[in-house]
Ligand binder design. Sequence first.
Ligand SMILES: Nc1ncnc2c1ncn2[C@@H]1O[C@H](COP(=O)(O)OP(=O)(O)OP(=O)(O)O)[C@@H](O)[C@H]1O
Ligand SMILES: [Mg+2]
Length: 271
Amino acid sequence: MEIILDVTDLHIEFHDHDQPEVAVEDFDLMLGEGEIVGIVGESGSGKSMSALAIAGLLNRKSLTKSGRIMFDGTDLLTCDRKKLRSYQGDEISIIFQEPMTSLNPVKRIGWQVEESLYIHHREISKEDRRKRAVEMLGSVGLADAENVYYMYPHELSGGMRQRVMIAAAMIGNPKILIADEPTTALDVTVQAQIVELLKKINRERNTSIIFISHDLSLVSQLCQRVIVMQHGNIVESGRCSDIFSRPRHLYTKRLIAAIPRIDLGDDKDRR
Ligand SMILES: Nc1ncnc2c1ncn2[C@@H]1O[C@H](COP(=O)(O)OP(=O)(O)OP(=O)(O)O)[C@@H](O)[C@H]1O
Ligand SMILES: [Mg+2]
C-alpha cells in the first residue's frame, strides 16, 4: 500500500493564556492509499486539532505547530499558503459534526456542492459543474438530486445535510477525506447510513479516510486501523481487530468495556 500521508511528531500548542497549553503532542500517522484509519478519544484529547492541522485549517497566530505533515512530497506545515490552498477541498477534504455550521444558510445546495470545483477547476464550464454536482448529490444517496440542487440547507434533514457536505467534500475527488465526528449529531439509523456511504466512497474511489469518533464500536465497523488518543497523546494504535482483542492501555480497555455487548457480538460475527 502506497503511503499518501505521513505525519510525524506533530505538536500543537496554544498561547492564549500565560501558560502555553499543549493540545497535541508527538502525533504520528501514516495513511495508506485507500486506507481508513479511525481516531478515537475522549473530549479534548486532540482529535480535532490534529485533523485541522492535516486539513491546513489551523492558522491562528496564538498557536504554534511543529513536526511534519508530508503529502504529495510537500510538508503541509511549512509550505506556502498558495500551495496549501491548492490542496484544500480538492486533494484533502474535511467534514464536520454539524453540517449547518459549514453550510451557508442563504446559498442553494447546488452552489455549495460546486464551490470547490469553481475554486480549483475554473476550466469546467458552468453547465458541466451543475451536471457534476447533481451527479454527486445522487451518488451520496440523495433521491431527487435535481431538486435538492435548488434547495436551501434548512429544507433538508440533518442526515441529508451531512450527505450534502460529503458531496461537497468529494466533488473534486480528493485523495483524503477527513471526517470529524460526522455522525455524532445524527440518530443511530442515519449514523449507520452515513458510515455505509463512507464505505461506499472508499470502495468506489479508493479515497483514504480519517474517521474521528468517540464511538469505538462505530470505528471498528469502518476502519482497518485505529489511533487512541488521550490528553493530546496517542496512547495506543494498531489494527482494529488487535486493539479489540488485546487492548494494552487502561484507557482503551475502558473504551471497549463501555461498548454495549450487542455491538461486540455483531462485530465478532463479521470477522
Ligand atoms: N483556543 C484554545 N485555547 C487553548 N486550548 C485550546 C483551544 N482550543 C482547543 N484547545 C485545547 O486543545 C485540546 C484538544 O482539543 P480538540 O478540539 O482537538 O479535542 P477533541 O479530541 O476534538 O475533542 P471533542 O471530542 O470534544 O471534539 C483541548 O484539550 C483543548 O483544551
Ligand atoms: Mg473534536
